[in-house]
Design a binder for this molecule. Structure first.
Ligand code: HEM
Length: 442
């Protein structure tokens, strides 16, 4: 057990502000396997070796415990299914998420429209709160992707935020009014999603991402059970908004701290007509994509995942006993100085020259059968955001600044990794980007 645990809270305070430092401290003291106390009753085994990623593929690890405290959020979803049950649901949901299908679906148009409107709004504001604004934008995008009409977005936001209260762990014995309130919101959401699914099935619409999911056939040729589709559309909203929002917020904060990054981004969009095509061009790394990938590396929203070990697993450092809650800390693996020299430096150029990312480079999206289903959407969304921002900077001769001129803030790690609240940015007529604007005008 790593030292420094507090009564009741265990290592949570250290996890909250210094999770990577905790991983390093533990590895130095005990090697790659050591115990921490993640809170009351949450003793978990940290595995800080890159081999931890292959454990995610091991059939002797399970995610079904997600439903123990979080059934209202995750019950009946891909995240909480194991083995064959997981395969049976994931297989019909997968085809709409391939790069080609994402490109051909409505996703790029939705992202473009929502991002453009949001940046337009920022242009008219004295300052904007980066965390709040980007979260609102990401939520709007994912709602529209799952088929919510734009006229209903406000109702959805309200109900969804209530539903998230179900994230406060509860069990049969201690369920109280908050849980009831959250469940009422969930029932509202499920009712709306049910109508969307019924409509898409009636019209057999498959041109949108949600249409392709609703009408996707399972191995036996039959449509996926309606309740499963509803639960997993709800999962998409859950899995696809705080994660993208956090990563986009970090790219924005690094843009705001560097004139050079803004210049490079603007130079890239000069003369480009089809920004959507550039964002999804798999043959190259744009600077916009490199910025987003570096934000994901330094600040993986899902900093670690946990698995329940269902049978002893032998690894180089020892035997992991049955019943263990095993923590795979992506945030630590993504700071491996051998793979990422000077890992504490934000350096988008580490994504320029290297081949397309492999298992470690995409660790922020998980590994094994639960690898992020929305990976290609997330990369397209973050890249597109950066390209559209650069275009506005160029066209309106603006620059992005942090209102108080402060440095890029230190992250908060719980529950997901995100920038602290209350940091504001502003878009102002450019003083220092003159050269880049002149270039862009040519
Ligand atoms: C920067 C953005 C994102 C990051 C960093 C991210 C990260 C992850 C990670 C780490 C997992 C694995 C969790 C585990 O193994 O316990 C995951 C799963 C998942 N993600 Fe993402 N995600 C992002 C965006 C999205 C988006 C945009 C969508 C949907 C449109 C999405 C849908 C999903 C789904 C459905 C799963 C569960 C897959 C399964 O259990 O089979 N994610 N994501």
């Amino acid at each position: 057990m790593l030292d420094g645990a507090w009564p009741l809270l265990g290592h949570m305070a250290e996890m909250y502000r210094q999770f990577p430092a905790l991983c390093e401290r533990g590895t130095r003291a005990h090697g790659p396997l050591f115990w921490i106390q993640g809170g009351p009753g949450a003793r978990q085994l940290m595995y800080t070796d890159p081999a931890a990623l292959s454990i995610l593929k091991n059939p002797s690890v399970s995610t079904s415990f997600y439903t123990e405290g979080f059934s209202a959020l995750l019950g009946n979803t891909l995240l909480a299914f194991d083995g064959d049950e997981h395969r049976r649901v994931r297989q019909p949901m997968t085809p709409p998420f391939t790069p080609q299908r994402v490109r051909a679906s409505d996703v790029i148009a939705i992202v473009t429209d929502s991002v453009q409107k949001r940046i337009e709004r920022w242009c008219g504001l004295e300052a904007f709160d980066v965390v709040d604004e980007v979260r609102e934008m990401a939520l709007e995008i994912i709602f529209r992707v799952v088929g919510v009409p734009v006229t209903h977005l406000d109702d959805w936001r309200k109900q969804y935020n209530r539903h998230l209260l179900a994230g406060i762990p509860s069990s049969g014995r201690i369920r109280g009014p908050i849980h009831w309130y959250a469940m009422r919101a969930r029932n509202w959401i499920d009712g709306q999603l049910g109508k969307i699914v019924d409509d898409l099935r009636r019209t057999q619409q498959t041109s949108t991402l949600v249409g392709a999911i609703a009408n996707g056939a399972a191995e036996d040729g039959k449509l996926l059970d309606r309740e499963l589709v509803i639960a997993n559309l709800r999962l998409l909203a859950f899995a696809g908004h705080e994660t993208t929002a956090s990563s986009i917020a970090w790219s924005l904060l690094h843009f705001a701290s560097s004139t050079r990054f803004q210049q490079r981004a603007m130079a890239e969009v000069a003369g480009v007509n089809d920004i959507g095509a550039l964002a999804t061009d798999a043959s190259r790394f744009t600077f916009a994509e490199s910025m987003f990938r570096e934000a994901l590396r330094m600040y993986p929203a899902i900093h670690s995942v946990i698995r329940r070990v269902t049978a002893p697993i032998e690894v180089e450092a020892g035997v992991i006993p049955k019943g263990t809650l095993l923590n795979v800390p992506f945030v630590h693996l993504l700071r491996d100085p051998v793979r990422f020299p000077s890992p504490g430096r934000f350096d988008p150029d580490r994504w320029k020259e290297r081949p397309r990312p492999g298992t470690i480079e995409t660790a922020m999206f998980g590994g094994g059968p639960h690898f992020c289903l929305g990976y290609h959407i997330a990369i397209a969304e973050g890249t597109l955001f950066n390209l559209l921002l650069a275009r506005v900077l160029r066209q309106k001769k603006l620059e992005l600044l942090r209102t108080d001129g402060g440095p890029v803030p230190k992250p908060i790690y719980l529950p997901l990794m995100h920038p602290p609240r209350g940091i504001t940015l502003r878009l102002v007529p450019s003083r220092s980007l003159g050269e880049a604007h002149a270039l862009a005008d040519q």
